[in-house]
Design a binder for this molecule. Sequence first.
Ligand code: ACO
Length: 701
Amino acid sequence: MESVVLDGLLRPKSIAVIGASTDPSKIGYTVVDNIIKSGFEGPIYPINPSADEILGLKVYSSIGDCPGEVDAAVITVPAKFVLSVIEEAGKKGVKGLIIITSGFGEVGNKELEAEVVAKAHEYGMRILGPNIVGTLSNAEKLNASFAPVLPLPGKGALVSQSGALLIAMDMATFTRKVGFEKLISIGNMSDVDFADLVEWLDNDDNTSCISLYIEGFKDGRKFLNAAKKAKKPVIALKSGVSAHGAAAAASHTGSLAGAAKVYGAAFQQAGVVQATDLGNLFDLSLALSLQPAMKGDNLMVVTNGGGVGVLSADAAEKYNLPLKFAPKELQEELKKHMPPFGSAKTPADLTGMAGYDWYHDSIKAAFSHEWVDGLTVLYCETAMTNPMDIAKGIKKAIDESGVTDKPVTVSFVGGENSEKAMQWLVENHIPAYAGPDVAIHAISALREYARMKEIVNEPEEKIENVDRAKAMEIIKAAREDGRNALTEIEAKDVFRAYGLPVTTTKLSKTEDQAVELANEVGYPIVMKIVSPDILHKSDAGGVKVNIKNDEACREAYQTIMANAKAYKADANIHGVAIQEMAPWGTEVILGSVNDSTFGPTMMFGLGGIFVEVLKDVTFRVAPVSTKSAARMISEIRGAPILAGVRGEAPRDQAVLAETISRYANMIVDLADEVSESDANPVLVYEEGKGLKVVDARIILK
Ligand code: ACO
């Protein structure tokens, strides 16, 4: 449905420019000029109250006067006139508005922007912008923008939240020799957003890949859902990941949840390939727009030079696609197409003598072999060979192999002739790059894309046996008490309601009661101050461990109380928690933040010094399935510690995965209430022996 509605905006059959001008210095002139020059085949209606003719086109004083239907209207009148001109456009039956005009939400004029959207929706119109450059499409022969020319033709679409960057990237398509079918400026995203465009472009026959320059989302989950459903690759370059959210966080997780980590997790979960910088966005767009995903891990590299071969092996390891030796029979086959001093291992080194035939024959043999999942061809320009011959040999071998479901990337290192040969390869839909590492990075992105898509298609799980009513009762009581931080005992009760294994913890309000409860729980015990005003209990001298008898219990009670009062004289003290002393286990941390973009987001990592110093943690937008939780466990650097190193028994990773998944479901279930939470530490025991949440913290919204 969305897709059909956006057709009028992005694939218009007729177009008006409201605010067209006879003055060549104005945007309203440039846009009309661009639409004409780009070869648009439908009717073009310039609208201006006082002009008769612009660039040979008849001018209409109002859009209502246009003789035929108008699908899209580009708006280039100042902000204060926008509301009235879109009213006229609505009455005319225009489907989409491309609002170039600035001066709305981006300068704080949010009310006017909201009015403009409401007015457009009243007439069923959709808005691109405001505050945009416009939209450009080679297939539609339409440059409805003030960017100079249509981009170098290609197969992908590029959507940019920055207008200036879109113009710059438009021009860079020619110098970088990476073409795009479409460029779309999205600006303030008052209405049409990234998610809408991903959905529309996914159904657009002219688009093979969707590249995005993102500054931020208004609704992160809407984007994730659209990206998850996309059948075409989505590549994202996200800017502004350096200084977000880390400040003013009350929990551990809050302080660790920087935008880089949360966006990285979200993109991975949605199967979105992440570009590292602008150059990489172009490089990956080229590969993902021209080549199929790589379905397995077996990468074959064919080269004429040892140096670039070794560089490719280094890059393959760096980009998570380490090279492997091909099976014997493939090596034997490859040996037939190289001199005796060549190497049939991976990279297959045809040596500096390799010309058209050896390249052609070895590539054909490798590409059609079932072991090979993807191929990177490297070439160093030599005096013995002609780069264009090699390029033609590569193309012919690929075509003759008849294989269309495996990717190939190429790198030629050399001079102008190499450059020309690479350009020819790109024109023939084979991505070629100046550096071997870039060719490997590109093919590894095709592998990464396939890996992520497999995960995206896993079914979600629903966690059973939860007592939401109990959790809400505890939260309500704390709120009635005027608090937004739960005590440890309350937080543990909430965790328990969601089936998390927490240590037995009871609240004592007097020394005598402490002794009584200690005997109920059973020595040895841990004693901790319980006060909503003291979140960092150890810092306040509010924790005593390994209490073994009544006498030690009394002494600890007095010391903890005295320390707490000394730490914060006016602290509201509920009493002292008497807690079973859990045996030693591997410390991990589970936590959550309610991210402003993606909502409830889960963190996992090794606890103690690992989280404090190494920040060895990983994130997921919740909910998290047990399978996904198992991947979280295996992707932290400290994973071998949980898997069992140096003769140590493996930890109970199955229970840990289930606990992470339960925790993630809990934060989704309580998303309206909980802003941050930590289970820290959680002690994980040997396989079969489970785990215990030893300390708990919940901050309410
Ligand atoms: N219907 C039709 N035409 C009208 C109407 C109307 N109701 N009202 C005014 N016009 C005409 C004007 O008469 C004028 O034509 P003229 O030259 O024949 O007199 C034309 O519309 C434009 O109006 P101006 O008042 O001359 O406005 P100007 O062209 O100076 O500025 C603009 C308009 C470009 C929309 C400006 O307000 C603006 O927002 N500029 C920034 C745009 C921008 O940069 N957007 C992308 C941001 S991303 C990046 O930074 C690259």
